[in-house]
Design a protein. Structure first.
Length: 309
């Protein structure tokens, strides 16, 4: 599959597997730290609630049909009440196991190996290196911690609605209007954080409302952000771009947001954030911190991104 241009392929060398995260130089991190004014830390993550031990399917937004987080206890208080021997002189412990499939089920960060076209990953790495045991190229372990200046694009707030409609698509005009309204400036190496308000539909209408489609970036909106050298795009919807009622993108391959950002430009994506507290803080610029787990060859990782105000 050929496209008109391949974005950032080769920009940081033939072996590059980090994409625009290369823009997060020590100088950029120091500059980002200058956004801290109050020292207040706001989590941008939704909770992980294991489906085996709580009513997670009815309480936490997720895409239909995706394997929900599984939370098991290998030893707990009930075991000791039933006669389990203590460890040593009266010492007791609880031990749990958590299995999480991040895509579509919790706040997560996509790796550059998550989606591709033809036979090549981002930067021309062979797609055949993505094996059953993980990706040997462009895995989430190659990303490293993300410490950057975050810029909030509160599109729902700009329009004066709790959340956008499912059919809404966010284009360059919307993004520019958000910057004008907030007085913020988007710089190379920033993390663009986009609020649609869509997670609120889970609370208001339940799963059927959340699954009826989703608002998101348009293809031109994605190109606009990529053209401004953002280090990452983060959003509170499930796919950065919009989804239809079948939970699929309507765009063709050339206009698919994952193809534009992940594949062509090497822009990592963070999805399913919770942005309501941040939106209420009245700050459009902040220090953004997110550290994916070092899952070797992983296509994604759960994250707990934070905004330091």
């Amino acid at each position: 599959m050929m496209f008109e241009q391949y974005g950032n392929w080769g920009r940081w060398g033939a072996g590059d597997e980090r994409g625009t995260l290369n823009l997060l130089t020590p100088e950029a991190v120091v500059a980002a730290a200058g956004c801290v004014r109050e020292g207040r830390v706001v989590s941008l993550a939704m909770p992980i609630r294991g489906a085996t031990s709580s009513p997670a399917p009815t309480t936490v937004p997720h895409l239909r049909g995706r394997p929900l987080p599984q939370h098991f206890m290998s030893v707990d208080g009930g075991d000791y009440a039933a006669g389990a021997r203590a460890i040593g002189a009266g010492l007791r412990m609880a031990d749990d196991a958590l299995v999480v499939t991040p895509h579509g089920t919790t706040t997560h960060m996509d790796a550059l190996c998550h989606m591709w076209a033809g036979d090549e990953l981002y930067n021309g790495h062979p797609a055949g290196r993505v094996r059953s045991y993980g990706a040997q190229r462009c895995g989430i372990d190659k990303a490293g911690p993300v410490v950057a200046r975050g810029v909030l694009f509160d599109v729902a707030g700009l329009r004066g609605v709790p959340h956008l409609a499912a059919a809404d698509r966010i284009g360059p005009d919307d993004l520019q209007a958000c910057l004008a309204a907030s007085g913020a400036e988007l710089r190379p190496g920033d993390v663009a954080v986009i609020r649609t308000g869509w997670p609120l539909t889970w609370q208001e209408e339940g799963p059927d409302g959340y699954w009826a489609g989703q608002p998101g970036l348009s293809a031109d909106g994605g190109r606009w952000l990529a053209g401004r050298d953002v280090a990452m795009v983060a959003a509170d919807n499930a796919a950065i771009g919009g989804l239809n009622g079948r939970q699929l993108a309507d765009e063709d391959l050339a206009d698919d947001l994952h193809m534009i950002l992940l594949w062509r430009h090497g822009v990592h994506l963070a999805e399913m954030l919770w942005l309501e507290e941040l939106a209420g803080a009245g700050r459009a610029e902040f220090l953004f911190v997110a550290a994916p787990l070092r899952i070797e060859g992983g296509t994604a990782s759960p994250i707990n991104p934070v905004a330091v105000l």
